[in-house]
Design a protein around this ligand. Structure first.
Ligand code: SAH
Ligand code: SF4
Ligand code: F3S
Length: 445
């Protein structure tokens, strides 16, 4: 094969679903060079690190792992090592990658990830180091038909970038401005995934999906896009992430309620339970507004699964603010909470704010919050009793299991018809030892 660079490649991915999905595109690009994936770095000729910098911990983890490749490269100088994604895209990252990692051959950012295969080919030919960080997307970001990991759930990008500039967050600086994909393109991709490839869930991705369409000439709102995608025939459901509370309107709740194909699950990051902190975070909503969205969503869809993101120890967060966050968790009783200790990101405004909190105190708060949420989640199980959830029926260890839209497993003892993945309503009949069991209830659909 004339493009041949080597037999195997290896990709390590850090960060959010966006990155996971981008790695699926990188995979396709490398496979177009005739390469195969391996999970053995020693075997790989091309080694890619797709990185994240949302918190310092994510950066440190990637950096420390990349450093270990130095010896591998020494042993076999023919290997090609590439770093891409959010970490190199930062203006003032913690590490000066090009200088500190001289054995890395290719360093690119988020906007030219679509050129990676070309860079690999060029490097293989010339052995000239490629260090290229650009400010704007270099060509189309949907650069290859992704080679997906998962065969049940498929990620589909609908909007790139973020214009929100929350004061703690690096994402707008490393992902650029909001850019929506044309609806027809998304429609065709989803149709193919559902009708030709048998996917059961489509997860639409964007840093803020509610901003979808605002930048398009033939504009279409996010809720309109959902309705449009629901016209695709097939037995599938649509999930999406992430929603910003500021732009989430009643139209979205209405579409979620009315469209059977939209999964009844919502990830709605609140970040803090204190209005004072939310304002300093530049989140543009208060807790009263946030709670009103939750109330409306639950009223429209009583069994909806809710999850959120929380940052503890944001600069200036005092005991009272923190307690308001705990109070919010007790009130909403989320099905899942992703909580993080505030991490200073250079170049973001909050890094300069007064009232920075010590690591030790942040960790104490984080642990306290996680302990509370654990109790809430255990207690939440009660609410499943006698409720009916539309589930994807799957087989786990020879037993039928219904997976709710929120990802909870309901065992269906004695049920035999589970050779294929399909959706069916399951009524919960038992809650024991943190496990749910139930029966198929076809009359409810
Ligand atoms: N666009 C999404 C995801 C952003 S990153 C959204 O707006 O929700 C995912 C989560 O990481 C954020 O919701 C936030 O809770 C957390 N995060 C972002 N920057 C952070 C920082 N500097 N320190 C700690 N957590 C952070
Ligand atoms: Fe970051 Fe805020 Fe954008 Fe989310 S909405 S990616 S938290 S700036
Ligand atoms: Fe991380 Fe970049 Fe995602 S910073 S969270 S991989 S957008």
């Amino acid at each position: 094969m004339n493009n041949f660079v080597g037999r195997f490649y290896h990709i390590t991915t850090y960060g959010c679903q966006m990155n996971v999905h981008e790695s699926e595109k990188i995979r396709a690009a490398l496979q177009s060079l005739g390469m195969l994936e391996t999970n053995d770095v020693n075997l790989a000729k091309v080694i890619v690190f797709n990185t994240c910098c949302v918190r310092e911990g994510a950066e440190d983890r990637a950096y420390n792992n990349i450093v270990t490749l130095q010896s591998i490269k020494k042993e076999d100088p023919g290997k090609i090592i590439a770093i891409c994604g959010c970490m190199p895209q930062q203006k003032k990252g913690k590490y000066n990658l090009a200088e500190k990692l001289p054995f890395v051959d290719i360093i690119i950012g988020t906007h030219n990830i679509n050129q990676l295969a070309q860079y690999v080919k060029d490097y293989a030919k010339t052995k000239r180091r490629v260090i290229e960080i650009v400010d704007k997307p270099k060509g189309k970001m949907d650069f290859n038909t992704p080679v997906r990991d998962d065969h049940i759930n498929a990620y589909v990008n609908i909007i790139y970038g973020c214009d929100k500039y929350c004061t703690y967050c690096i994402v707008p600086y490393v992902r650029g401005r909001e850019t929506s994909r044309p609806p027809k393109e998304i429609y065709e991709e989803v149709k193919d995934l559902v009708q030709n490839q048998g996917y059961k869930y489509i997860t639409l991705l964007g840093q803020n999906v509610n901003s979808y369409g605002k930048d398009l000439v033939d504009t279409m709102s996010f809720s309109e896009l959902l309705s449009f995608l629901c016209t695709i025939e097939g037995d599938f459901k649509i999930k999406f992430m992430t929603s910003h509370p500021m732009d989430l309107g009643d139209d979205l709740i209405k579409v979620m309620k009315n469209e059977y194909k939209v999964a009844k699950t919502l990830h709605l990051p609140v970040q803090s339970g204190s209005d004072k902190v939310l304002q300093k975070m530049n989140r543009h909503y208060n807790i009263k507004h946030y709670k009103s969205i939750i109330r409306k969503a639950r009223k429209a869809m009583p069994t909806i699964s809710l999850s959120t993101d929380i940052i503890v120890g944001f600069p200036g967060e005092d005991e009272k603010d923190f307690n308001q966050t705990l109070k919010l968790l007790k009130k909403v009783k989320y099905d899942q909470v992703f909580a993080f200790s505030y991490s200073k990101r250079s170049g973001t405004p909050a890094t300069e704010f007064d009232g920075q909190i010590e690591e030790k105190e942040k960790n104490l708060r984080l642990n306290k919050l996680l302990r509370l949420q654990k109790i809430i989640q255990q207690d939440n199980l009660k609410k499943y009793f006698k409720q009916t959830y539309d589930c994807l029926i799957q087989q786990i260890n020879g037993v039928a299991v219904g997976i709710t839209d929120g990802g909870k497993e309901i065992y269906i003892p004695g049920y035999k018809y589970f050779n294929q993945n399909y959706f069916a309503p399951v009524q919960v009949e038992g809650v024991r030892n943190h496990k749910l069991s139930g029966v198929i209830n076809d009359r409810k659909r």
